[in-house]
Design a protein around this ligand. Structure first.
Ligand code: HEC
Length: 241
């Protein structure tokens, strides 16, 4: 018992460092919304185009995803499956893990659970805080994941973001995108980062959507059942009075 408590305490004490939250970056809030189906659909589209080449969703099937997000199977197959896989298959990546490790130092992790380990808010801020840093192998660094081994996959959309502090400032907290260097406006890019984080939140626990749908039926059932209970109750007590 006490060993477990100690372990838990140790894990809690270590986790902010492990999870990169200790960088002190002022996180912008992000509240996931599973009711927002268009956002989840856009998130899936961005994911398939910009992330799935490196990061598998090894516990998630295309079919389940398409059904949950209201996307017809033929559309999903045409627009989202670039690996020649079938709709019932897992969303794996074609990248060979050995080469991936050689290219990136660390192999790109499977992201099925990442929103549960890191939080959707962390992912949102992570995607917004890549900045130019020539000293890094891919020419970019990240404010919530220092010295990250991932290139900025969305740089074409966001544009080149730079630190905007006097040279030599340690822990600069100002980032500015070079005007005209990305396809999207800042607002549109924020939305894209939101949609991706929202989608990964859904992937972390797809049952959540189903549970919400089931919840409605349970409430309807309880309401109908309540009417009968009331009538029955009245019937029973009629003779007593
Ligand atoms: C070119 C390959 C590549 C692409 C494309 C890519 N990533 Fe990554 N990503 C990586 C690598 C490599 C790491 C591991 C970095 C490390 O550990 O330093 C990583 C790490 C991450 C992490 C942190 C995982 C963790 O908990 O440690 C997240 C979140 C992430 N990527 C999200 C994304 C998203 C979202 C996209 C699409 C917009 C994307 N990545 C596109 C290679 C890629």
């Amino acid at each position: 018992m006490s060993v477990r408590i100690l372990l838990l305490a140790a894990a809690l004490a270590a986790s902010p460092t492990v999870l990169g939250a200790a960088t002190g970056w002022p996180m912008q809030p992000m509240t996931p919304d599973l009711e927002d189906q268009p956002s989840l659909q856009r998130g899936l589209g961005l994911y398939a185009n910009y992330c799935l080449g490196c990061h598998a969703l090894g516990f998630q099937r295309y079919e389940r995803t398409a059904d949950d997000l209201g996307i017809p199977h033929d559309v999903a197959l045409n627009e989202l499956v670039f690996t020649g896989q079938k709709i019932g298959e897992l969303m794996t990546t074609a990248m060979d893990p050995e080469s991936a490790k050689a290219w990136f130092g660390a192999p790109p992790p499977d992201l099925t659970m990442v929103a549960r380990v890191r939080s959707p808010e962390w992912i949102y801020n992570y995607l917004k805080t890549f900045y130019i840093d020539e000293s890094r192998p891919f020419g970019v660094n990240n404010k919530v994941f220092g010295n990250v081994g991932m290139p900025h996959a969305l740089i074409g959309l966001q544009g080149a973001q730079r630190e905007a502090c006097p040279a030599g400032t340690a822990d600069c907290r100002e980032l500015v995108v070079e005007a005209g260097s990305g396809l999207l406006t800042q607002e549109q890019y924020d939305q894209a980062a939101y949609d991706l984080a929202n989608f990964l939140h859904y992937v972390g626990e797809p049952m959540r959507l189903e549970r919400q749908r089931l919840g409605i039926y349970v409430l309807i059932f309880l309401a109908v059942f309540g009417v009968f209970t009331y009538l029955l109750n009245r019937e029973f007590w009629k003779d007593v009075h």
